[in-house]
Design a protein around this ligand. Structure first.
Ligand SMILES: Cc1cc2nc3c(=O)[nH]c(=O)nc-3n(C[C@H](O)[C@H](O)[C@H](O)COP(=O)(O)OP(=O)(O)OC[C@H]3O[C@@H](n4cnc5c(N)ncnc54)[C@H](O)[C@@H]3O)c2cc1C
Length: 438
């Protein structure tokens, strides 16, 4: 005997939990299914355990990547950061602003999970977890196989559109919301279920890729810098080959295998294999002016002078990799560069060195992949979805929300705001009957 609901949401993460609470409190009979025994693991580990739950600038659509940059606008305007802040406030959760509009819980991410769980309970959401979904079938519209349907309170005028085969038996619903997220962090239960389901229904999926992720280099290419692991400094970073891609002025962190830190995570979402990065290692100063100044009246070596402007270890490593270059504006300079007295170097040489330091070109070999990526870029193509309802244009009742959709936010609370906003729009649309109820 099948159980029936107005709405079944698969995935009890950020988007699914929030959507379930809103839809249930708007009067829908909602079931929430998740294959994981632990609730909302990603919220728990987010923001270093304090959940950067939104960003005060999260209603700016240019802070999101997508094949269609305008797609997210409606949802982001329909549910704004202040609305989520008001919800947390109503549950007594306090927060603080850390950096550039990023809001973090004062105590723990658990508080956000508690809020979402209690909003679901207030609406009477039915939980199925841990529970796997084995198959999804689309029923002919108006299916009324009442003999196989259990006696649920809202089964008058049944219009089940989907039947799910699950560990808990068959579950039918008028609306199915896919909220299983992306591929990042498979260790805590991420799967490609959303993308497989999309393909089952012939929906286009923009090739998923790891984003907000550290970048790696070949062992040989990184050898001069491997010893800098742990060193952090503020840089200005961009993918110069991409028109319109933003520059990020944030911290960069050297690792054993490459580069990480907020600047690199941000730029990784824009980076594509084969493209170099441009790193300004001293964004707040003029290296040329500082070196020209140091040349006056001192017998300093270049390595010593540069090491007084940026961390010494970085100056030495950078100059030793510049020694290896056989082409470009530094190729004709005497080696080893770090031991050259400034007095030996003419204005043009110092200016060429400074320009190279302000525009250090590096070619990543790849990324640390989904094991370390905070999000998955790409996903269900926005062209398949209605931006006001997140419903599939060709399939009434089927919605995709959260990270499964080809909308990816910057680092800093933008991805949770997209989860809340997309879940909200889907819930409102289902309650308004746009996508049908049982
Ligand atoms: C380490 C880390 C830190 C982060 N910190 C932040 C932050 O501070 N701020 C921010 O804005 N974003 C942050 N993010 C990104 C943010 O967590 C995600 O963008 C957001 O959780 C996406 O919400 P979602 O509901 O779409 O997916 P998820 O939250 O990933 O939820 C998906 C749910 O679906 C379930 N599921 C998956 N497959 C199946 C299946 N086959 N059957 C049933 N259930 C399934 C999963 O168990 C999970 O519960 C962070 C991510 C990581 C990995």
């Amino acid at each position: 005997m099948a159980q029936q609901f107005d709405t079944v949401i698969v995935g009890a993460g950020a988007a699914g939990l929030f959507c379930a609470g809103v839809a249930a409190q708007l009067g829908l009979r909602v079931a929430l299914i998740d294959h994981s025994a632990r609730l909302a693991e990603k919220i728990r580990i987010s923001g270093g355990g304090r959940c950067n739950f939104t960003n005060l600038q999260a209603d700016l659509p240019e802070r999101f990547l997508s094949d269609d940059p305008r797609f997210a606008r409606h949802a982001l305007r329909s549910y704004r950061p202040a609305q989520f802040m008001a919800l947390l406030r109503s549950h007594g959760v306090s927060w603080h602003e850390k950096h550039r509009g990023q809001l973090f819980c004062d105590d723990s991410s658990e508080r956000v999970i508690d809020v979402l769980r209690s909003e679901c309970e207030r609406g009477g959401v039915h939980w199925f977890r841990p529970c796997a979904v084995h198959e999804v079938m689309r029923l002919a519209d108006g299916s009324s196989d009442s003999a196989s349907v259990s006696d649920a309170p809202t089964n008058a005028g049944l219009r089940a559109r989907f039947a799910l085969q699950t560990d808990a038996g068959e579950i039918r619903c008028a609306s199915l919301v896919v909220a299983t997220g992306g591929l990042s962090i498979p260790q805590i239960g991420a799967t490609d279920w959303a993308f497989r389901l999309a393909r089952q229904f012939d929906l286009r999926v923009i090739e998923p890729r790891a984003a907000l992720v550290p970048l790696t280099f070949t062992a040989q290419g990184w050898q001069p810098f491997a010893g800098l692991a742990g060193l952090a400094l503020e840089v200005d970073l961009a993918v110069p080959g991409q028109r319109g891609a933003p520059r990020f002025t944030e911290d960069l962190l050297f690792t054993h295998r490459g580069l990480s830190g907020p600047a690199v995570l941000q730029v990784s979402s824009y980076w594509r294999s084969g493209e170099p990065l441009s790193i300004n290692l001293a964004p707040d100063q003029s290296i040329a002016d500082r070196l020209l100044e140091a040349r006056e009246g001192t017998r300093q070596q270049l390595g010593t002078a540069l090491g007084m402007i940026v961390p010494k270890r970085l100056a030495q490593a950078w100059l030793s990799q510049a020694d290896l270059g056989t082409t470009g504006p530094l190729a004709g300079l005497p080696r080893p560069l770090s031991e050259r007295r400034l007095a030996e170097l003419g204005n043009r040489a110092l200016q060429a060195l400074a320009a190279a330091f302000h525009d250090w070109r590096v070619l990543p070999a790849g990324t640390e992949g989904y094991r370390k990526a905070e999000v998955t870029a790409g996903g269900v193509a926005t062209a398949e979805l209605d931006p006001r309802t997140l419903q599939v244009n060709r399939i009434p009742g089927l919605h995709f929300i959260g990270e499964s959709v080809d909308v990816t936010g910057w680092l800093g609370g933008y991805n949770f705001q997209w989860a809340w906003a997309s879940g909200y729009c889907a819930a409102r649309a289902m309650a308004a009957g746009t996508s049908g109820t049982l």
